[in-house]
Write a protein that binds this ligand. Structure first.
Ligand code: PRP
Ligand code: MG
Length: 174
């Protein structure tokens, strides 16, 4: 099986989760397959090229799983963007809309050196609210956002439309 097919094959549809009528895209079978997981990490790094990125931003929680090995493989630093209240030092915060209510994410104010080339990595791009808030945090911190890489893009939610001219790279589009 080629890598693209393997990756798609290892994403499991779970009907009626987290609520009736929703089909959840579960990446845990992919993470448990070392060939598929390594293939995801390698594909993201190869897409951009080693030496083009100074820092990888991972978004809590599922984004951390993909972003940390990507940072290691790039030879780049890792910066966590976390849900409000989890980072200990001074932070910038951004609030965005969810289907019901809002979410707030934060980054340390000193996470970036001015001009750092920053790639944001998450598992899924859905409505784009999370990625947009993360990009805004990086820019406030003085970083230069060079792109967003996601394992999976739910294109019917049009998340890209929220991200302006950001370079969006997704391995699987549904
Ligand atoms: C999920 C997913 C992305 C985000 C995408 O995270 O991991 O981060 O939603 O949605 P959006 O494009 O509509 O903003 P979630 O907030 O559910 O939390 P988790 O990663 O901690 O599970
Ligand atoms: Mg998430």
């Amino acid at each position: 099986m080629d890598l693209d097919r393997l990756i798609q094959d290892r994403i499991r549809d779970v009907p009626d989760y987290p609520k009736p009528g929703v089909v959840f895209k579960d990446i845990t079978p992919l993470l448990a397959d070392h060939v598929a997981f390594a293939g995801v990490v390698d594909t993201i790094v190869n897409h951009h090229g080693r030496g083009t990125v100074d820092k990888i931003v991972g978004i809590e929680a599922r984004g951390f799983i993909v972003a940390a090995p990507v940072a290691y493989h790039f030879g780049a630093g890792f910066v966590p963007v976390r849900k409000k209240g989890k980072l200990p030092a001074r932070t910038y915060e951004e609030t965005y809309d969810l289907e019901y209510g809002t979410e707030t994410i934060e980054v340390h104010v000193d996470a970036f050196t001015p001009g750092d080339r920053v790639l944001i990595v998450d598992d899924v791009l859905a409505t784009g609210g999370t990625a947009r808030a993360a990009a805004d945090l990086v820019r406030r911190g003085g970083g230069n956002v060079v792109g967003l890489s996601v394992l999976m893009e739910l294109s019917f939610l049009h998340g890209r439309d929220k991200l302006g001219n950001l370079d969006v790279h997704s391995l699987v589009t549904v």
